[in-house]
Design a protein around this ligand. Structure first.
Ligand code: BG6
Length: 454
């Protein structure tokens, strides 16, 4: 299916995601001339079309001509997702549209009922469906979710949003790797000592305690965003053109990750988490995690891949550091090892950290950073890019079933209380136990922040 969708239906129109991300993205898509089909919001809020328009007005900052055009495209259906009448009305509103895109911005527990109703009323035929993470709660529930979706939609019509895949600097990782000759030969076990990925957030759970209790850091950002980023860094180049070839290589990489065992995991919880709204007084849910991954592959065998992520850490930044082995002979002062650094957030940076001779009589050196890509983030938001791609039927930046299930397989044995949770001070780098995961002589590398984050 490569035709454009001729209507966009979004379930959960009165929800938070619609308010924060969907309306602004729709506005941007209309501004770029990409969206010019009916947009039907569905919710059970007792709303009218005017209420939906009002919500759009509150959510979009600029009320320009494109915004007026968006208002003109909006339709609204109010009703329960379990009620057939809601879907009869939806089909009426779809009018002559024959290949709609259905965006399920609703809790996963409702996916089953909605796709069944879409099927029953005929609105699933030649349609596409977009879903949001979490794609299941563990491997078994992810497989079950995929069974439900596949009972109505073929995989080629399912678009799983992992918004990290829509980020410009994340796409830049694969671009930089496969558009240059000099970098790729270094990315293998002969040259790489270890790899570190840090995703730090300087804020807490921001009122989302109830959600976080169901998730924890492993489910919230590791199983999805960070394993996807890791795959883009470590996968082999595709041998064919096209988006499926990319996704094939990604799943090959994901499958070569050895499932995590408790001794490769350190979980933490910031002091104060238990006082958050919606958090159980004795909760052992993690707000920080560090893991050490290994790969069973020719390219990466023996190279530790370390990931750490957490809330209430000293900065907000996401950075990958590929730490290279030291030169085989110690001719000069050992200094720090070379690093290839990809910063995803707050800046978009690709750099090589190397040693250079310090001017003078002695053969001593200092660290120099060669930044070969540094740009302000593209102004296209991930949701705008992803929704635009889904409307066109381009699946490259969406998570495929096999990759999602392979990622769950990696974390399945360490979910919930498989390991103890250590407390840490807000504003610190998490529990000191995380240091034990590092290779001998290595330390966790704090992301390099140029601007002021206060
Ligand atoms: C979301 C998580 O998927 O990603 C949040 O649920 C997290 O907990 C967010 O804060 C981070 O996304 P970004 O784009 O701000 O790095």
């Amino acid at each position: 299916m490569s035709h454009d969708s001729d209507a966009l239906v979004f379930f959960g129109a009165s929800g938070d995601l619609a308010h924060k991300k969907i309306f602004p993205s729709l506005h941007a898509l209309v501004s770029r001339g990409v969206l010019d089909v009916p947009v039907i919001g569905v919710a059970k809020a007792g709303w009218t079309l005017d209420d939906l328009k009002q919500r759009a007005r509150e959510s979009v900052e600029t009320h320009d001509a494109a915004f007026d055009k968006l208002l003109g495209l909006l339709r609204y259906v109010d009703g329960d997702y379990a009620d057939e009448a809601t879907f009869t009305e939806l089909c009426r509103q779809l009018g002559g549209a024959v290949s709609p895109l259905h965006y399920l911005a609703i809790p996963p527990s409702l996916f089953g009922a909605v796709v069944e109703q879409l099927d029953r009323c005929g609105a699933a035929k030649d349609a596409r469906v977009v879903i949001e993470k979490p794609f299941g709660h563990n491997l078994a529930t992810a497989e079950e979710l995929n069974r439900v979706l596949h009972s109505v939609f073929p995989e080629s019509s399912i678009f799983r949003i992992d918004h990290y895949l829509g980020k410009e600097p994340v796409e830049n990782i694969v671009y930089t790797r496969f558009a240059n000759t000099f970098l790729e030969p270094l990315l293998r076990r002969e040259y790489v000592d270890h790899v570190q990925i840090t995703m730090a957030e300087s804020f807490g759970v921001q009122g989302r305690g109830r959600f976080y209790e169901e998730a924890g850091t492993i489910r919230d950002v590791v199983q999805n965003h960070l394993l996807q980023v890791l795959a883009l860094l470590g996968m082999d180049p595709p041998s064919e053109h096209g988006s499926e070839a990319m996704r094939d290589e990604k799943v090959r990489f994901m499958r070569s990750l050895v499932p995590l065992k408790p001794h490769d995991v350190v979980r933490g919880q910031f002091i104060g988490y238990l006082d958050e709204d919606g958090v159980a007084p004795n909760s052992t849910v993690e707000t920080f995690v560090a893991v050490r991954l290994h790969l069973d592959s020719w390219r990466w065998s023996g190279v530790p891949f370390l990931i750490r992520a957490g809330k209430n850490l000293p900065v907000t930044a996401t950075e990958i550091n590929v730490v290279l082995k030291r030169p085989p002979q110690r001719v000069f002062d050992p200094g720090t090892p070379n690093k290839i650094r990809f910063q995803i957030n707050p800046d978009v940076i690709v750099s090589l950290d190397v040693r250079a001779k310090t001017p003078g009589e002695t053969m001593r050196g200092h660290d120099v950073s060669l930044d070969f890509d540094e740009n302000a983030s593209d102004d296209m938001e991930p949701y705008e890019r992803l929704l635009g791609d889904a409307l066109k039927g381009d699946q490259e930046l969406f998570a495929r079933q096999d990759t999602v299930e392979a990622a769950w397989r990696v974390v399945d044995d360490i979910l919930d209380n498989a390991t103890p949770v250590h407390q840490y001070e807000p504003g610190s780098w998490g529990p000191a136990e995380a240091n034990k995961l590092l290779p001998r002589g290595a330390e966790w590398l704090p992301p390099k922040i140029s601007g002021d984050q206060s």
